[in-house]
Write a protein of this length. Structure first.
Length: 250
């Protein structure tokens, strides 16, 4: 007599996902959600870098730190070089070329850590239409207060690398993203900084195999934003800690 499992349909193979990776908490938490879901197999992280300053746009995080994140996640990092300044046309051309490469990797889905900005989501959906890659948004419409609390409860460690001093105190640059910071958020500031109030770098959390040791560098103000540089803890102490604003396509 056949076992009860003999007639069970085989599970579908997990769908291969590339994740847009900014180095911040929303990307990291998106990775964690995907890791927990057997329907998905994350096959890599994608980050755009300003090729002049060798940093992530807006977050101003050094390329070396992003590579350490990918190593901690056990995933390959796909790097797209962007000129400075970068036009919309140039950005879309370079992204389009990468999408062609992504298809050769067997990629089916492209994941983003967007939370609720519908114009950003619509732009991503439009750009991927007809490419064979389907955009997914694992954190979409989760209340951001709950999202921030869940991240911290799970042990995510992040520091603010870029802040908009028109929205939050300039002294927050370099500060740890924690319950105390959330309690001090000015009225109207999103707990996850989804409206550009701040950007972060994640150094530890359940999505990583091991933490990344970092040390604080210089804090500078450029073009209306305040940036706190982070360096690998093993970096030479004489290394310049200058932070730069980076071009992001309009």
């Amino acid at each position: 007599m056949p076992s009860p499992s003999a007639h069970t349909a085989p599970s579908a193979a997990p769908r291969k996902v590339l994740l847009s990776w900014s180095s911040g908490k929303d990307s990291a938490w998106t990775l964690y959600q995907l890791q927990q879901n057997p329907a998905y197999e994350v096959i890599g992280l994608l980050t755009t870098f300003n090729q002049t300053f060798d940093r992530v746009a807006m977050h101003a995080v050094r390329r070396q730190l992003v590579r350490l994140q990918a190593e901690a996640a056990g995933l390959p990092l796909y790097e797209i070089e962007l000129p400075y300044p970068c036009s919309n046309e140039e950005y879309e051309q370079r992204m389009g070329a990468f999408i062609e490469q992504a298809r050769t990797l067997g990629t089916e889905l492209f994941a983003f850590g967007d939370l609720y900005l519908r114009d950003i989501r619509a732009y991503r959906e439009q750009r991927l239409a007809g490419t064979g890659l389907t955009p997914i948004f694992p954190l979409w419409d989760i209340p951001t207060g709950q999202l921030a609390a869940d991240m911290l409860a799970a042990g995510l460690v992040a520091h603010l690398t870029c802040i908009d001093p028109r929205r939050v105190p300039a002294s927050w640059a370099g500060r740890r993203f924690d319950q105390q910071l959330l309690a001090e958020c000015p009225e109207g500031v999103d707990p996850c900084g989804e409206n550009g109030e701040f950007h972060t770098f994640v150094s530890a959390g359940p999505m990583f195999r091991q933490p990344i040791a970092v040390t604080g560098g210089e804090v500078v103000e450029r073009e209306g934003f305040v940036f706190a540089d982070l360096l690998p803890a093993s970096a030479n102490a004489s290394h310049s800690g200058t932070a730069y604003t980076l071009a992001t396509p309009e």
